[in-house]
Design a protein around this ligand. Structure first.
Ligand code: PLP
Length: 360
């Protein structure tokens, strides 16, 4: 068996030791005679697994008791509706910042339920930067402000946390969660689809400030109600038990790496290496304003698009997988989440060097 370096944007690579542990525990979890997949979610064993995962997430991300941590389903996209349905309360409008494809999708879904005020957008310049907060037209009476700290497709990342005063700040952290330290106290709601830095797809981890619970619209589907979910320990119905368990293994792995502070340094180094290489080359290019370049998703183009297929074929032969850029952007994209070892980035740069020498 040879494990590849998988640069997929999501579902993404998982740490090898996590997969090995899951394999070892697959048929008989610690002498119970069954797989975690087969356990009652109400059993003592499973509740212990679930609670440990929640605690480890709280420890890693620095989430205090003032927040509920929820393990929900439907991926990050379901939160695009869940957020307005929970947070609008008596209000009718919400502020959104548009910095790319994921914020555009969040805006489109919110418009089904709310009057959406797009406070700023970098669409006209091709989403190459984050609009400066000095030009945001925020509504002090908005129910919340939603933004996307890391735009997974464009490879654009905020290097600051917006200041919104009393307006709750909501962040889609799907592709940046646990990749670096954050100050959770600045946020009303953080949500993240699991398949980038947490575990299997379908699961979405939500941290919501407890003061925001209980504002949901009457007609909200019960399964989407943050308060119902919190009151039931994310077990109003059968949760995605195996994904939750696997997320717990990833959290333990991350703790063993030294937590978000330590992995944040590795991530910074990985990104600096790759962008540094791209900038030093006349053959490869990345268009994003350097200040806002994503640490997790690195899109790049070749000097000639006609070479794209040859590049991808050669990469695959070296077990460097899923480098094709998103269909809307083209070119290449290397996603280098927590589980991508530094050696994977080195192998990619090595290949890019060889390819350039042969083709340029
Ligand atoms: C991947 C991603 C999503 C969509 O996640 P799903 O779980 O597929 O719904 C939403 N937002 C961002 C920023 C993402 O990276």
């Amino acid at each position: 068996m040879t494990r590849a370096y998988n640069f997929c944007a999501g579902p993404a690579m998982l740490p090898e030791s996590v997969l090995q542990q899951a394999r070892d525990e697959m048929l008989d979890w610690r002498g119970t005679g069954m797989s975690v997949m087969e356990m009652s979610h109400r059993s003592d064993e499973y509740v212990a697994i679930a609670n440990a995962a929640e605690q480890d997430f709280r420890d890693l991300a620095g989430v205090s008791d003032e927040y509920a941590v929820l393990f929900m389903q439907g991926g990050a996209s379901s939160q695009f509706a869940t957020v307005p349905l929970n947070l609008l309360g008596e209000k009718s409008s919400a502020d959104y910042v548009n910095t790319g494809i994921w914020s555009t999708k969040a805006i489109a879904e919110a418009r089904r339920y709310a009057k959406v005020n797009v406070v700023a957008s970098s669409e006209s310049s091709g989403f190459l930067e984050v609009p400066d907060p000095s030009v945001w037209r925020c509504d002090p009476d908005a129910a919340y402000l939603h933004y996307t700290p890391n735009e997974t497709i464009g490879g654009l990342e905020y290097d600051f946390v917006p200041e919104t005063g009393d307006v709750p700040l909501v962040a889609d952290m799907s592709s940046t969660i646990l990749s670096r330290p954050i100050d959770v106290s600045k946020f009303g709601v953080i949500y993240a689809g699991a398949q980038k830095n947490i575990g299997p797809s379908g699961l979405v981890v939500v941290a919501v400030h407890k003061s925001l619970l209980g504002r949901a619209r009457k007609e909200i589907p019960t399964m989407m109600d943050y308060k119902v979910t919190a009151d039931n320990g994310s077990m109003y119905n059968t949760p995605s038990t195996y994904s939750w368990y696997l997320a717990g293994l990833v959290f333990q792995w991350l703790k063993a790496q030294g937590g978000v502070e330590a992995i944040g340094q590795v991530n910074a180094r990985k990104a600096e290496k790759l962008y540094g290489f791209i900038d030093a080359s006349d053959f490869y290019a990345n268009p994003i304003t350097p200040r806002f370049r994503s640490r997790m998703n690195v899109p790049f183009t070749l000097a000639d698009d006609a070479l794209n297929n040859a590049f991808l074929k050669g990469a695959e032969a070296r077990k460097l997988l899923n480098l094709k850029g998103h269909r809307s952007v083209g070119g290449m994209r290397a996603s280098i989440y927590n589980a991508m070892p530094e050696a994977g980035v080195d192998a990619l740069i090595d290949y890019m060097t060889t390819f350039e020498k042969e083709r340029a």
